[in-house]
Design a binder for this molecule. Structure first.
Ligand code: AMP
Ligand code: GLY
Length: 424
């Protein structure tokens, strides 16, 4: 099978790595890929959806997998499907689950999926009224895609009103903020749970935990994610069962009933409050860096999972996972997440330790290949060191051993990834 992966991050690299190990896969392509994906396959510099579809047709590609949300929301799946090409991901209509927080919240309400109490509005007066009815902290969210920055956790009523005002005036996020969601703050622990869906059937992957803040102990600014691990012991069978019955099944049924069956990755941002899983948000793609830990836990051929989901035949797939743990530590550039950093050459020490060679690897993200053939850190999140083990502790130790082998000017990472699982 020949496969095209759309995207350029560590997430797409890790999908490529899983496919590379898969005997059913012959050629792998990335559009656009990054400075390291060309070691797994071939990078293409085609952006336009029609031009990509032309290329896929001309080159007999069997399956296209879409990594990031932007092309999904912009309709890449619709373009490919119209031309009879096999692609893994939701249509633009279904991708509204991520593309519009208002669509998502109203969908959850229509189908009785548990979520924080909220209003959606474009009126400042209405926003103020609802804010006054809540206790601080209060959550204010811009409707549209804001690159992960559109959520304000306001510590006071005044701060919430200010955030609502700045969003609604268009000053904060342009048109993405002209409608907002105001909701109650949920106090619990967060999970990232992923279901691979084929429109009707689904496979739930081991539950993960991300670390969104820049610094240890969840301090500092929000980032795209500084590390993740899976499976988390914070989920038990009861929570998985509640997610099945109250969240995933009603969502897939609801999407089908509303004429937009969901194919692709349903990424559930879950807050567990007193053992009850409540949906904070949906995304319609893998999390990054969660994907980097989940892909190596997949025991079944990755192509089978993605292909069968894309053609609506997950029923016939038997998907298995390794009985192991994975911990991924993001290594970021010096000024992440504030501003871009100067390109810095990456040097990776040769690994002699057999144990580390076998049980740890790097997923490359914000890297470029220089004209000198060397690898440079050029993005905010540069790479993810992933360790595997029979316990979270072992996986964590291996991930950090690998971190110690990687050098570039200004490297930064958290030193406590997976701490919630390991604290007493
Ligand atoms: P979102 O983009 O909706 O996932 O929000 C980003 C982050 O804000 C989440 O990962 C949570 O940590 C936090 N958050 C969002 N909504 C709430 C809420 N209702 N209560 C508490 N935290 C929230
Ligand atoms: N790691 C969270 C995200 O990808 O949105």
């Amino acid at each position: 099978m020949d496969i095209l992966i759309i995207g350029s991050g560590g997430r797409e690299y890790s999908i490529g790595l899983a496919l590379k190990k898969d005997k059913n896969v012959e050629r792998i392509f990335f559009a656009p890929g990054n400075g390291a994906t060309d070691e797994l396959g071939e990078n293409l510099s085609i952006n336009d959806f029609d031009a990509l579809a032309d290329w896929v047709e001309a080159n007999g590609i069997d399956l296209t997998i879409v990594g990031p949300e932007a092309p999904l929301v912009d309709g890449i799946v619709d373009v490919f499907k119209k031309r009879g090409l096999t692609i893994f991901g939701p249509t633009a209509q279904a991708a509204q689950l991520e593309g519009s927080k208002i669509f998502m919240k109203n969908f959850l309400a229509r189908h009785g999926v548990p979520t924080a109490r909220y209003i959606e509005t474009d009126s400042l007066e209405e926003a103020y009224k609802f804010i006054n009815s809540l206790e601080a902290p209060i959550v204010v969210k811009a409707d549209g895609l804001c690159g992960g920055k559109g959520v304000i956790i306001a510590q006071s009523h005044a701060e919430a009103k200010q955030a609502a005002g700045e969003m609604l005036s268009g000053n904060a996020f342009g048109d993405a903020g002209r409608s907002i969601v105001v909701e109650e703050f949920l106090d619990g622990y967060e999970l990232s749970v992923f279901a691979i869906c084929d429109g009707k059937d689904y496979v739930v992957l081991p539950a993960a935990q991300d670390h969104k803040r820049l610094l240890n102990n969840d301090q500092g600014p929000n980032t795209g994610g500084m590390g993740a691990y899976a499976p988390t012991p914070l989920v038990n069978d009861d929570i998985y069962a509640k997610l099945d019955e109250r969240v995933i099944k009603p969502t897939l049924k609801g999407m089908e009933e509303e004429g937009m069956p969901f194919t692709g990755v349903l990424f559930m941002g879950v807050m567990v409050v007193k053992d009850e899983p409540i949906i904070l948000e949906y995304n319609v793609r893998f999390g990054d860096p969660e994907c980097e830990e989940l892909m190596p836990l997949l025991k079944s051929p990755a192509s089978e999972l993605f292909y069968k989901a894309a053609i609506g035949d997950l029923k016939s797939a038997k998907i298995e996972f390794h009985d192991k743990y994975a911990v991924g530590v993001v290594m970021a550039s010096k000024d992440y997440p504030y501003k871009n950093s100067e390109p810095a050459e990456i040097i990776i020490d040769e690994i002699h330790h057999e144990d580390l060679k076998e049980n740890a690897h790097i997923s490359f993200a914000g890297v470029s290949r220089g004209e000198d053939g060397k690898l440079y850190a050029t993005g905010g999140r540069v790479l993810v060191c992933v360790g595997l083990g029979n316990s979270i502790k072992e996986a964590q130790e291996r991930a950090y051993m690998l971190v110690g082998q990687v050098h570039y000017a200004g490297k930064q990472c958290r030193t406590d990834i997976a701490y919630q699982a390991l604290k007493a």
